[in-house]
Design a binder for this molecule. Structure first.
Ligand SMILES: [Zn+2]
Length: 173
């Protein structure tokens, strides 16, 4: 059963990566014990799908793939590369400083990372939704967002509500 569902995901995903150059996105199914059952995210070139999403209906599957691929296409995952380069640089730099300052560079990297994540989050989520809508249409995105919300903790996070509202406005015009 699960294998058949995963094949449906792979079949949907294959044409999306077919004609790409450079680093090709990879689809990865998170293990059953993964705590965020309905998590989906793009990490470097990997699109990770939570165990609770494997059985999602077709429009939801499309929305998730379109959205996560949107993050990759809009270069949002470059921030992750910079983060790890920053961590590496901070560790090397810290070792050259007096002992009392060993952790200072890594603290700086963490502060910058938190600021990057929180300040740009809405913009990045909107852009990824735009990419999904360009590929599959507004209604697929609306269906996907609504389904995802119904599976997640209540109350609905403000950003998710905004994304849905924005998509509905776009579908009306
Ligand atoms: Zn996203």
């Amino acid at each position: 059963m699960t294998e058949r569902l995963k094949t449906a995901w792979r079949n949907e995903f294959a044409p999306l990566v077919g004609d790409r150059r450079g680093l090709r996105p990879v689809l990865f199914f998170l293990p059953d014990w993964w705590p965020g059952r309905h998590a989906a995210f793009a990490y470097f070139n990997v699109i990770a799908i939570g165990p609770g999403l494997v059985g999602a209906p077709e429009p939801v599957r499309r929305y998730i793939l379109g959205h996560e691929l949107g993050h990759i296409d809009r270069h949002h995952t470059n921030g992750q590369v910079l983060y790890w380069l920053g961590v590496l640089a901070a560790v090397l730099l810290g070792r050259m400083l007096p002992p009392a300052f060993h952790l200072a560079p890594i603290c700086l990297v963490l502060i910058v990372a938190v600021l990057w994540i929180t300040r740009g989050e809405a913009k990045r989520e909107f852009e990824a939704d735009d990419e999904a809508a360009a590929r599959y249409g507004d209604h697929t995105v609306i269906t996907g967002l609504t389904w995802m919300q119904s599976r997640r903790a209540t109350p609905v996070p403000k950003l998710n509500a905004l994304r849905l509202e924005r998509r509905r406005d776009h579908a009306r015009v």
